[in-house]
Design a protein around this ligand. Structure first.
Ligand code: NAD
Length: 467
């Protein structure tokens, strides 16, 4: 991608945003509110352009874009706007009696200049949802869209300056080079969504300035199925979560662990669910996406050789089409089971029981999401207690991230930090401790030296009683 940007442009833009932050213009409730209103107008007025760009980049159906991109950000935005005044007020903390009389408060303050670097798979949502919180918290922001979703990147670069305060928000388009220049700047927060290889570069560069980072990463999110409950419904839920956006979703089920008695039935039901959602020939379906690039297409299609294709497997390189594919007989050591798939290939592995499934999951990196499909309460509780993952979703796939009250983020290799709803506001705020005491009565004198034996006895007694 040629953007004409230079390192100098990047440095100057960041300096300009910092200077603007220094004017205090972004701190007021009125400015924050204005920006949120403007962002809402952008999403509503330009929704057709956005849907067209997402169609061009990923062949997303406009309704899918409404559900997973535009509508998602609007919901975050409206919640934030409704609660903003309350969130800005902060909260009170209890003052220990030994320090009374006094007041203690947590006051959220903007951090300064924030950088948001996004991936290509949900190229609007994953930039604008963090932006909502960054603006609500009163920061200046640079957003860096992914070069692999060029239509969405170009659109955001063109329309954001028409709506948001140009002195506070800049879109800097480009690939790794521009991203590298941006990461060399001294930020107050870096919010990165993408793969773990680049996340390590981000963390290293941020460490040079001791900049805090949020890393929203991916990994292999497993599904466990024990065959209890309605298998058709289980299959439909897995298929929807897996094949939406042609499997290019960070929380997409990556592989299925199923007990031997249920394997054939589940595979049959999943193949039927694919036909139900996308027809006999998903290539003709207006609802089914395409692979983002030829490199990704080649990586994914090479995986088809690593198992037995149970259903799907048809492909077409020109349009980067890969049919929703279910794969059996995969080796745990093959790349389809050691790397994040991030596409429409779903390995199904037979596993003896809950204990073996848990051992299998716990031998690997902690996933972003873990899905348990079971009508047995004991099974669900066992997974809750004996595994770790960013999220645990029971009997449903990939829907938990639409609950704004739940933290969205990973643990271990799947990420660092979480956001959504109030958490995004908190993430882009410094939680400042404010403690205030009247000058009289000067009760603190009781603990000042000199520590005579009598005073020491008194202080020890007092503190122990009051703590
Ligand atoms: P990526 O890491 O390749 O790219 C993400 C961003 O990093 C892009 O903006 C890109 O320009 C930039 N970048 C690429 N190379 C860089 C470099 N050398 N230095 C600095 N910046 C660089 O990720 P991707 O392929 O766009 O996304 C796929 C990954 O993201 C998957 O692992 C997926 O699971 C994960 N993901 C996570 C979430 C989440 O919310 N947790 C959401 C979507 C995707």
């Amino acid at each position: 991608m040629v953007t004409g940007l230079t390192r100098k442009n990047v440095t100057e833009t960041v300096a300009r945003l910092r200077a603007y932050f220094g004017t205090d213009a972004t701190r007021t409730y009125a400015w924050r509110r204005q920006q949120l209103d403007a962002l809402e107008r952008l999403l509503v007025e330009r929704s057709t352009d956005i849907a067209d760009a997402l169609r061009a980049d990923l062949h997303k159906h406009p309704t899918e874009s409404e559900i997973t991109e535009i509508g998602f950000v609007l919901a975050e935005l409206r919640l934030t706007r409704r609660r903003l005044r309350r969130w800005m007020r902060g909260s009170r903390a209890r003052v220990p009696l030994a320090l009374a009389p006094a007041s203690a408060r947590t006051v959220p303050q903007p951090l300064g200049a924030a950088l948001i670097v996004g991936p290509w798979n949900y190229p609007l949502q994953l930039l604008l949802a963090p932006l909502v919180g960054a603006l609500a918290a009163g920061n200046t922001v640079v957003i860096k869209p992914s070069e692999l979703a060029p239509a969405t990147s170009e659109l955001l670069g063109r329309i954001i300056p028409d709506y948001l305060d140009q002195q506070a928000v800049a879109v800097m388009e480009g690939g790794p080079e521009v991203s590298g220049w941006l990461l060399d700047q001294p930020w107050d927060h870096i919010f990165y969504t993408g793969g773990s290889r680049v996340a390590k570069i981000v963390a290293e560069k941020a460490a040079r300035h001791l900049t805090p980072v949020t890393l929203e990463l991916g990994g292999k999110s497993p599904v466990f199925v024990d065959g209890t409950g309605n298998l058709r419904s289980v299959a439909r839920r897995i298929v929807w979560a897996k094949f939406i956006n042609a499997g290019q979703t960070c929380v997409a089920p990556d592989y299925v662990l199923v007990t031997p008695d249920a394997q054939v039935g589940l595979q049959t039901e999943m193949a039927a669910a694919v036909r139900e959602l996308y027809g006999d020939d998903p290539e003709q379906s207006p609802d089914y996406g395409r692979i983002i690039s030829t490199d990704h297409y080649l990586r994914l299609t090479s995986m088809l050789r690593l198992g037995t294709v149970v259903s799907g497997g048809r492909k077409e390189v020109g349009s980067r089409y890969l049919e929703p594919t279910i794969l059996a007989d995969v080796l745990p050591t093959s790349s389809v089971m050691t790397e994040e798939i991030f596409g429409p290939v779903l390995p199904v592995i037979s596993i003896a029981d809950v204990d073996e499934a848990i051992a299998f999951i716990n031998e690997r990196d902690k996933p972003l999401a873990l899905y348990v499909m079971s009508s047995r309460r004991a099974v669900r509780r066992t997974f809750l207690e004996r595994t770790s993952s960013g999220a645990l979703a029971i009997n449903v796939g990939a829907a938990h991230l639409s609950v704004p009250g739940l933290p969205f983020g990973g643990v271990g290799a799947s990420g660092m930090g979480s956001y959504h709803g109030k958490r995004t506001f908190d993430l882009f705020s410094h939680q400042r401790a404010v403690f205030s005491k009247p000058l009289s009565p000067d009760t603190l004198r009781l603990i000042y030296p000199p520590y005579t034996p009598r005073k020491s006895r008194f202080v020890t007694k007092l503190l122990r009683r009051l703590s």
